[in-house]
Structures are given as C-alpha cells and as structure tokens.
Design a binder for this molecule. Structure first.
Ligand code: TRP
Length: 332
C-alpha cells in the first residue's frame, strides 16, 4: 500500500562555512526525516543577499554549503536538494503573497527588528524576507517545516499569509506547522554565551582539520567561576561540557562530569578530550566532503537535477495561483 508521504520544506542560508551549530541544530535532524517525509531542502541564496555580502564569493559559498549538506548525510537521491534562485517561481510567488501580507506584521518581526537596529539604511528585502520564506514553503505546499525555535514567528506569519490568501482566493494552501525537533535546541558558540553563528564569529567549522579543531576548542569559554585548575567546576554552566554531551560517549561524559566537579580534571585536559572526540565523530563527514569537493561538476549536476524537480512542482503551484488571482496562464 503506497501512501503519499507528507511534504516538508526547510531552508538554510549560505552564510559561510557549515559549523557544528548548523549540523547539530538543523542538518542532522533533517537527515533523520528523509524516510518519513517527502523533503525539499533549499539553499536560500536570495535570503542571504538581504545583508551585506560579497557577490564574488556567493556562488562558492552555495557550493560549499551543498557539499557540507551532502557530506552530513542529506542524500540527494532521497530528497530534493536545490538552490532557491535556480527556481525563479520563489520570487514570483513572493510578489503575489506580498499583496495579502499586512505591513504591520512584517514590521513587528523580531528578526527584522534585531537586524535593522544596527543598520543606518534598511533595505526592503530585509523587511519582506519573511514573505519570501512563506513563498518558499507554500510553493511546494509544505505541510511541516523543520526549523529552530528562532523561526517560530516566521512560521506563524506563513500560516497567516496562507489563511489570508485562502480567504481571498479560495482554499488552496495548507497552513504549515513548525516541526521543532527536540535536538534542535540552540547550540552555543565558543563564547559560551550566544548562539553559534557565523555572524557572531564563534563557530566550530564542521569540516575543520583535527589540529584546527583543537586550537579552536582551546579558546572556548568554560565555567567562568573556575579560575584555577584545582578549583572544582560546574559542568552544568560549561559549554565545553555541553559539547561533550553531543560528541563524547555517555560513559566518558559522566566521568568528566564528576572529574570536573571534584577538580580531578582541568579545563585544558577536558578540552583536549572533547577535541579528540569531535575529530573522530566528524572524520566521516570530512572525508565525504573532501571527496565531493574534488568533483564540483558533479555537485553542480546534483543541484541542477534538484532544481529541475523542484521547478516541476513550483510551476504547477504558480499556474494554480495565477489562475485563482485572475492573472491567467503565463505565456509559454
Ligand atoms: N529564515 C531561515 C533561517 O534563517 C531560512 C529559511 C528561508 C527557511 N526560507 C525558509 C527556513 C523556509 C524554513 C523554511 O534559518
């Protein structure tokens, strides 16, 4: 008995090297959904250009991200992996949905307020960013959206846009639900304070070589109350200990918990053990990435095939939407 799998959509920005925050917080979860869902995973380059960027390296960043995603286990045979700007219907639907999106809703988005606060001049793309995100999801009639907690508000707005459009032009779009995964909690950066992110410059790159991992982990902030090696530490306020929880065997993690509390291990040794386990856990990802990076032509082909498949679905949606909005069929 073959039953249609529910459709999911998610997006990730090509904002730089993949890091263990993206990996643990998002991509590893995405991989776990491949069997159960008909998954569309999109590298959202059109979102990435809403903040200052270098046009000379965007394409390379997109390719690097594709390599990182596939190396992390996103098998392009089992999902539709593609680049947003390769499917022009995203931008088209964004315009159409903008006509039912209240300006006030966009202005009160937390992410918009955070991002625009630091800028002298705010571009319109930053404001309409969530409309493009709604278009991403609704273009594929996505029912579930695996995202981090920080995207909850954008998803609420997506549902609101779907409801308003449906009310005006007839029931068509599903109201997509966030799929906030238990492991999707935020991973803190090397500063031990803010979410790991490229813009905070506090990341551990997923594909770093073991010696670079070690050097980076050495800079990680630990329990600030522990000044000397023979002070007992509190592992529960220490981000290095939290990372042990993700990358070290549970017996070793339990061991370290006690050793830290009894000053039986210093932060330097604790970090070295984390670096060894990180390097071991990420070795297969690094190997696959190296192999893929040597064949950029093949990666391009995979992305082109993904975009072709995505476009097939996107065209159907757009023609239904155009029809219902009274715009008729596009010229061939
Ligand atoms: N805004 C999302 C982020 O920064 C990325 C994104 C773009 C997205 N389009 C999407 C996520 C559609 C989920 C669905 O993480």
């Amino acid at each position: 008995m073959s039953q249609r799998k529910p459709r999911i959509f998610s997006g990730i920005q090509p904002s730089g090297e993949m890091h263990i925050g993206n990996y643990l917080g998002a991509v590893r979860n995405w991989v776990g959904l491949l069997d159960e869902f008909d998954a569309f995973y999109c590298i959202v380059d059109l979102h990435a250009i809403t903040v200052p960027y270098d046009p000379g390296d965007l394409e390379q960043r997109v390719l690097d991200l594709a390599v990182g995603l596939m190396a992390s286990g996103l098998d392009p045979e089992r999902c539709t992996l593609f680049v947003q700007s390769a499917v022009p219907e995203h931008a088209e639907l964004q315009w159409l949905l903008g006509t039912v999106t209240p300006l006030g809703e966009l202005q009160r988005m937390t992410q918009f307020k955070d991002k625009s606060r630091h800028l002298d001049s705010v571009n319109t793309g930053l404001l309409t960013y969530p409309v493009l995100q709604a278009a991403d999801i609704l273009l594929y009639l996505g029912e579930h959206v695996p995202v981090g907690e920080d995207q909850r508000q954008h998803l609420e707005l997506t549902r609101e846009i779907a409801r308003r459009w449906n009310a005006r032009f007839g029931d068509y779009f599903p109201e997509p639900q966030p799929l906030i995964l238990p492991q999707g909690r935020r991973i803190l950066g090397l500063d031990g304070a803010s979410k790991m992110s490229k813009s905070q410059d506090n990341t551990i790159p997923l594909l770093a070589e073991p010696e670079d991992l070690r050097a980076l982990v050495r800079t990680a902030v630990t329990d600030p109350a522990r000044v000397r090696k023979d002070d007992p530490g509190n592992p529960h306020v220490c981000n290095v200990f939290a990372l042990h929880g993700h990358f070290s065997p549970s017996a070793e993690r339990d061991d370290i918990e006690i050793l830290c509390q009894t000053a039986g291990i210093g932060c330097v040794d604790c970090k070295n053990r984390l670096s060894d386990n990180l390097a071991g856990a990420l070795a297969p990802v690094r190997d696959r990435a190296r192999e893929l990076a040597e064949q950029p032509g093949r990666v391009q082909e995979i992305l082109a095939a993904g975009a072709a498949r995505a476009r097939g679905v996107a065209r159907d949606t757009i023609s239904e939407v155009r029809e219902r909005m009274g715009l008729g069929s596009p010229s061939p």
